[in-house]
Design a protein around this ligand. Structure first.
Ligand SMILES: Nc1ncnc2c1ncn2[C@@H]1O[C@H](COP(=O)(O)OP(=O)(O)OP(=O)(O)O)[C@@H](O)[C@H]1O
Ligand SMILES: [Mg+2]
Length: 148
């Protein structure tokens, strides 16, 4: 499918040619999200998971900058609509500490839209994904994105 074209959830792999294409796919996913959704982001380092989440958050009405929470583990935003949006990055959390787990509780509530990068590292501690986004690198700006 061409860059920027709308993506239905059960479409096959989508090829985008630049970040605008990723933004379009993210916005289309966001349009179907509601509180309680848990979106797992899968793909190698630098694939564009955070970039996808940033565009999805903005489409949901988050006005703040959306940056990688690698060091903070999680960020929580409130969109203009009032919906709460959490972004977790478990890359550095091969084993979560008790403190981190307690902190995570706030994000695992069913009135939050939750995005999780590196969900494998939180296996058993996270709610199951309602949606999974898999991003693969296809050239400098090209990406293949599967939304399932
Ligand atoms: N089509 C595209 N979609 C997304 N990102 C792109 C695209 N083209 C280029 N990029 C660039 O690729 C980089 C992706 O970085 P990003 O932090 O989003 O990756 P990540 O998958 O979250 O990495 P990490 O595993 O380290 O968290 C950014 O610099 C972004 O600008
Ligand atoms: Mg990231």
């Amino acid at each position: 499918m061409a860059a920027g074209a709308a993506a239905d959830a059960d479409d096959g792999p989508l090829v985008v040619y630049d970040e605008r294409g990723t933004a379009a796919v993210a916005a289309r996913l966001a349009a179907g999200l509601t509180a309680g959704d848990v979106i797992h982001l899968v793909g190698p380092l630098g694939a564009g998971k955070t970039t996808f989440v940033r565009h999805a958050c903005h489409a949901l009405g988050v006005v703040e900058d959306v940056t990688s929470p690698t060091f903070a583990v999680a960020h929580l935003y409130t969109a203009v609509s009032g919906v709460r949006v959490a972004h977790l990055d478990l890359y550095r959390s091969a084993g979560l500490t008790t403190e981190e787990l307690v902190d995570l509780d706030a994000y695992l509530s069913d009135d939050v839209v939750l995005f999780v990068e590196w969900p494998d590292r939180g296996r058993g501690m996270l709610p199951p994904a309602t949606r999974t986004v898999t991003v693969a690198i296809a050239g400098e700006h090209g990406r293949t994105i599967v939304v399932a």
